[in-house]
Design a binder for this molecule. Structure first.
Ligand code: PLP
Length: 429
């Protein structure tokens, strides 16, 4: 055990983790349902679905079986000039649940690449039509779309992006909406799109996840998408986090009448079993690429594009997602979250408690204000890990978004610990 962790510390570089971290990572041996089992005998509830990817619980037998079967038949094949049944089936499945205006699917490897593909599709859409003045992208303040260069460019600038700032392209920012009728945001947005040089507007629909599970109203977003469309701006919904039932509907875009032109997906697409990204778009987008002129081809791809095993995992996850039981679970979790928010909303250590679908976020009232680098982050992480709950806060925002298979009693256990924590925080001198 010691040797393994020693080797890890010496030779493995973990994401979003200081190389000077005090603590060794917890060694997980196996996982089942909502539980992670560590090598030293701990049984930890995964209250955040392991970076928001796991939908149906860990090591789900149906997904495991689909992976094992596919691995024995066709593990991989180049996806240029070749195709295969798992990808065709997955495209079919996605198109049955995506907004009606979506018609084509481009596969990639993760959320960041799904966003890169979306941005490149939008830029080349204008390029292919010989329109050179539409180059700008509008983004919300606080956005997070991934860690590759395009995705960083359209995300909030700060310590995460500072070392790379001179390599990122310029974008235009609009404030994060404060209310459903935030007239200032609408005015700001309208004046930005009216300048006629805007290629695209990219947004995390209804929830800015990494910014601290910040939520905003469908009617406001609908107004922005409508204004964007009226000025011929491509709308890109980044549903990497919100897709596949997380917000209570299949996609967060389903909450509003105006539909995006391009949608980026990943995370829950395989139920959390294998990495996969997908970007869908409308026929209007693909029409600009249909040409014998090779300058108009979308020259983008990855070695593992549409990997058959990942597609099979996604198809199995899709079938589970469509089951009545799963949909009932999503509804049940949403109701329990709402009831719990009502129970705790008056606790004075809370600045705000908010929820949508299976996501519950509690913003703590701390002297230092709201920040990813809030000192309380470590305190929350440690408190819950000691109680065998993985709850990895975003600064002073603690949140839970469990796998959909979680039972009422298990969720109750997490709620009780959250209440205890809030009480302890309140009684702190
Ligand atoms: N877009 C959103 C909205 C996300 O929340 C994330 C990751 O958290 C990404 C894109 C990037 O996804 P990935 O980490 O798979 O690259």
């Amino acid at each position: 055990m010691d040797n393994l962790q020693e080797f890890d510390r010496k030779h493995i570089w973990h994401p979003f983790t200081s190389l000077d971290a005090d603590e060794d990572p917890i060694l997980i041996e196996n996982a089942e349902g909502i539980y992670l089992y560590s090598q030293d005998g701990r049984k930890i509830i995964d209250a955040v679905s392991s970076w928001w990817v796991n939908l149906h619980g860990h090591s789900h037998p149906k997904i495991a079986k689909a992976i094992a079967n596919q691995a024995q038949v066709l593990e991989h094949v180049i996806f240029a000039g070749f195709t295969h049944k798992p990808a065709i089936q997955l495209a079919k499945n996605l198109l049955t649940i995506l907004p009606d205006n979506q018609s084509k699917i481009f596969f990639s490897d993760n959320g960041s690449t799904a966003v890169e593909v979306a941005l490149k599709m939008a830029f080349q859409f204008w390029y292919n039509q010989g329109i050179s003045h539409k180059k700008k992208v509008i983004v919300f303040h606080g956005a997070y779309h991934g860690d590759t260069f395009g995705a960083m460019s359209v995300g909030e600038r700060g310590p995460f992006t500072a070392p790379f700032s001179s390599y990122l392209f310029d974008v235009r920012h609009v404030n994060f909406p404060k209310s459903a009728n935030d007239v200032d945001v609408i005015k700001q947005f309208t004046s930005l799109v009216e300048s006629d040089d805007v290629a695209a507007f990219i947004y995390e629909p209804l929830v800015q996840a990494a910014a601290g599970m910040r939520m905003y109203e469908p009617s406001l977003l609908d107004a922005l998408v409508t204004i964007a469309h009226s000025q011929n701006v491509i709308c890109i919904a980044d549903e990497v986090f919100t897709g596949f039932g997380r917000t209570g509907k299949m996609f967060a875009s389903d909450y509003l009448p105006s539909k995006p032109d391009i949608i980026a997906m990943s995370k829950g697409i395989t139920g959390g079993a294998l990495p996969l990204g997908a970007t869908s778009c409308t026929e209007r987008i693909t029409d600009a690429f249909k040409s014998h002129d090779h300058n108009k081809t979308f020259f983008h791809g990855h070695s593992y594009t549409a990997n058959p095993i990942a597609c099979s995992a996604a198809n199995a996850s899709f079938e589970l997602l469509m089951e009545e039981e799963c949909q009932a679970q999503i509804k049940k979790i949403s109701e329990l979250h709402i009831a719990f928010s009502e129970r705790i909303k008056h606790v004075d250590t809370i600045l705000d408690v908010r929820c949508i679908g299976t996501i519950l976020a509690i913003e703590l009232n701390t002297a230092a204000g709201t920040s990813y680098f809030s000192d309380v982050r470590k305190e929350i992480l440690t408190y819950f890990l000691k109680r065998n709950i993985l709850l990895r806060p975003l600064g002073n925002v603690m949140y839970i978004l469990p796998p959909y298979v979680i039972q009422e009693e298990q969720l109750g256990e997490i709620y009780n610990y959250i209440e205890d924590f809030l009480l302890e925080l309140k009684n702190k001198p």
